[in-house]
Design a protein around this ligand. Structure first.
Ligand SMILES: Nc1ncnc2c1ncn2[C@@H]1O[C@H](COP(=O)(O)OP(=O)(O)O)[C@@H](O)[C@H]1O
Ligand SMILES: [Mg+2]
Length: 414
């Protein structure tokens, strides 16, 4: 039972007649109701402060101070309590504390107080307001508006945070993207949305490998992107050949970087190449089953080394790699070094250890709950943002994806 329910003060419902001035008894009743209400607010604030203090102590958002009698615990001081809704209270930061320090323990703190989540609003000076969210702000559906970027430098929609900030990203910014999530967690649907936003940009090329053949391939028929995509498992050599062709293009670009510049500026003739690698560990597994040739590298080795070169040198040459995997284990994605190259990381529903594997130990406290997340709910980290829970926009059903790519996908010049 949510603890906060019985803490909420109940304003008295008493009202005198609309037109009649209250008589003596009426005025007494009003005054009494007012007093009762004020007393209940004070009790409520007192109880809330106590529970907040306990939560801070348990979650170690506190200072331990040595005194003669032993150790005492200091927790952040609570100022004004608003009964809401939503319930909120101001807190004075302790020395060395930052508003961000409430983010990680925020959810547990909110649960202790009977709420779903905590929003942190920095105020003037050393004060923050903590707002108790009664419901999951990400439960609401987030449809992808029918927008397409006119250039790779334009921002595309990535998702919406719990405090309703919309996050965007320009594909021309030098970052590779890692997307992990269990089967059915919404990885592919997220990338449908991303590619639908990018498919029309004249300075973006959507290339890549997709053994499922749903994300790339047939959907892209008649667009300029299609010839740079390889799908299915019938010809695994074609996947390695495509990646090697992309590496060759990257090398060609690297050799032509103007002398006074350190990177390629994407244009219509030299577009940003987004290399999508759908179910990459699956591709490696399938390639691993192909017998090794008598001389030279195996198919899997060729794929891994091409991916590694695109990851480590591609940024300067306007190549962006977008790798999808159920788990970003080092062995499944071509090694720890390869994994370290992804600046933007998203995790849809994954087991707790996978979350920490991609986002670091900071994400560990979120692991247990995120292991049951709904499709479309992800943790995002990188590009200057701490690990944050978001809902990604949903394009709709698969038919909608097909329609958008077919309607807006950039056509090959005839
Ligand atoms: N952002 C979202 N919002 C709501 N439902 C979603 C969202 N993303 C995916 N889904 C639902 O989850 C199902 C599985 O998504 P999918 O992208 O195929 O998962 P994955 O690629 O991770 O296996 C989709 O068919 C869709 O019904
Ligand atoms: Mg998928």
């Amino acid at each position: 039972m949510p603890a906060i329910e019985h803490l909420r003060p109940r304003p008295s419902g008493h009202r005198s007649g609309r037109d009649r001035a209250p008589g003596f008894l009426g005025r007494m009743r009003q005054r009494r109701a007012q007093r009762d209400y004020e007393a209940s607010v004070l009790t409520f604030a007192y109880t809330l402060k106590g529970e907040f203090r306990d939560a801070c102590e348990y979650l170690r958002v506190c200072h331990y101070v040595s005194v003669a009698a032993g150790i005492t615990v200091r927790t952040p001081r609570v100022g004004e309590v608003r009964v809401g809704p939503p319930i909120s209270f101001t807190v004075e930061l302790m020395p060395g504390q930052e508003p961000e320090d409430f983010r990680k323990p925020g959810r547990r703190m909110a649960h202790t107080l009977g709420a779903h989540g905590l929003r942190i609003e920095p105020l003037a000076g050393r004060w923050v307001r903590l707002v108790l969210l009664e419901a999951d702000p990400l439960a609401e559906h987030f449809g992808l508006p029918p927008v397409t970027a006119g250039s790779g430098t334009e921002t595309v929609l990535l998702g919406r945070t719990e405090d309703r900030t919309t996050l965007g990203h320009a594909i021309a910014d030098p970052a590779h993207l890692a997307v992990q999530g269990m089967n059915g967690s919404g990885k592919s649907a997220f990338v449908y949305g991303l590619l639908a936003q990018l498919c029309a940009a004249p300075d973006v090329l959507v290339a890549g490998s997709d053994i499922t053949g749903l994300l790339l391939g047939r959907v892209w028929d008649d667009t300029a992107h299609r010839e740079w995509q390889v799908v299915g498992t019938h010809d695994l050599e074609a996947h390695a050949a495509l990646l090697e062709q992309l590496v060759a293009e990257m090398d060609r670009r690297l050799a032509t970087i103007p002398r006074r510049e350190d990177k390629i500026t994407p244009t219509v003739t030299v577009p940003t190449v987004l290399v999508v690698l759908e179910e990459f560990p699956g591709l490696l597994r399938a390639a691993g089953a192909v017998p090794k040739p008598k001389s030279g590298k195996s198919l899997a080795e060729r794929i891994v080394s091409a991916q590694l070169r695109l990851l480590s040198e591609g940024r300067k040459a306007a190549f962006r790699v977008l790798t999808l995997a159920q788990r970003f284990e080092a062995t499944a994605v071509g090694g720890g070094y390869a994994r370290d190259q992804f600046a933007l990381r998203l995790s849809f529903r994954v087991p707790a250890d996978s979350l920490a594997m991609l986002h670091g130990d900071d994400a560990r406290p979120f692991g247990q709950e995120h292991a049951n997340a709904d499709p479309g709910i992800a943790y995002l980290s990188g590009l200057g943002r701490d690990c944050e829970r978001i809902r990604v926009p949903h394009l709709g059903d698969y038919g909608e994806y097909v329609d958008r790519i077919q309607s807006y996908g950039r056509r090959a010049e005839s």
